[in-house]
Ligand binder design. Structure first.
Ligand SMILES: NC(=O)C1=CN([C@@H]2O[C@H](COP(=O)(O)OP(=O)(O)OC[C@H]3O[C@@H](n4cnc5c(N)ncnc54)[C@H](O)[C@@H]3O)[C@@H](O)[C@H]2O)C=CC1
Ligand SMILES: O=C(O)[C@@H]1CCC=N1
Length: 268
């Protein structure tokens, strides 16, 4: 499969790394990227073809993945529109609705919207996909195959849910890193050295997520099993509840979803 990325930043790089790990040939991947440093990095690290500007040669592909910022997408769509023949267009831009993108592409309806996340870089991402109704099953499968190289995939049939997906799993790695930062900070404050702080924080996150994923019990039960009566965990969780940590996290994710919806409304 020939794939062209437009925009070669953080998320395109994560997806390209995932595709190559799954055996996609580097010669079959092209990236249109304005920034010369980013192009040089992509060529050196991944041996993909790069273009400074979007033109007919760059989009000789089965699929075109739009990986620019939401605010840059309209301009890209206007240049891309006359170059499209039969390619599947996959947009990973937060907020921008598939119907809006289709309108910017002068009614081109072969459009799938995807929301991946950065663990794609190591094949551990999760992506939700939404296809416009006109997209044929074989094209849906193509989008699924591209994103499956980055990890697991699920489809939503109601595009409004993409705002929730963006807030939960698209932005989600940042919340997890934030929690790891807090674990590491506490470990350092309590006298552990930086290596020990990193190892304890990361292995705890990884082990807990793996345990939750492989267990038939829900996470609340697993949490209760750590929490001995009158013990250390109980004291920590009491402090988190007093500080409203869970409520703050839930409210933050609602705010992210609202921002995604707001982007969708602003960018039409
Ligand atoms: N970073 C993340 O975790 C996730 C990002 N996204 C979405 O992915 C998209 C890209 O995000 P990032 O990779 O984080 O941004 P980024 O800023 O790292 O990458 C965007 C790249 O596009 C290039 N660019 C801009 N206009 C261009 C044009 N007209 N032609 C060619 N290249 C152009 C820029 O030079 C830049 O390298 C955004 O729409 C974002 O909403 C989606 C899921 C997760
Ligand atoms: O922060 C953002 O807007 C993008 C979308 C999901 C993750 N990063």
């Amino acid at each position: 499969m020939r794939i062209t990325f437009i925009g070669g930043g953080n998320m395109a790089t994560a997806l390209i790394a995932g595709l190559l790990r799954q055996g996609q040939a580097a010669e079959q991947i092209s990236v249109v990227e304005h920034n010369a440093d980013a192009r040089a990095r992509l060529e050196a690290d991944y041996r993909v073809n790069t273009y400074a500007e979007l033109g007919p040669d760059a989009v000789i592909a089965d699929a075109v993945v739009l990986a620019v910022k939401p605010q840059q997408l309209k301009e890209v769509a206007q240049v891309l529109s006359p170059l499209l023949a039969m390619q599947l267009v996959v947009s990973i831009a937060a907020g921008v609705r598939a119907r809006t993108l289709s309108a910017w592409l002068m009614g081109y309806a072969n459009v799938v919207r995807a929301m991946p996340n950065t663990p794609a870089m190591i094949g551990a991402g999760v992506t939700a996909l939404y296809a416009l109704p006109a997209v044929q099953p074989s094209r849906r499968q193509m989008a699924q195959t591209i994103l499956e190289s980055a990890g697991s995939v699920l489809w939503v049939e109601d595009e409004a849910l993409m705002d929730a997906v963006t807030a939960v799993s698209g932005s989600g790695p940042a919340y997890v890193f934030y929690f790891i930062e807090a674990l590491q900070q506490a470990a350092l404050e309590l006298g552990l050295n930086a290596d020990a702080a990193r190892q304890l924080a990361l292995e705890t996150m990884l082990g807990s997520a793996q345990l939750a994923a492989s267990s038939s019990e829900d996470v609340a039960t697993l949490r209760a099993r750590v929490t001995s009566k009158a013990g250390t965990t109980e004291r920590a969780l009491q402090r988190m509840d007093e500080a409203g940590v869970k409520a703050a996290i839930v409210s933050a994710i609602h705010a992210a979803a609202a921002r995604s919806k707001e982007l969708g409304e602003a960018l039409q």
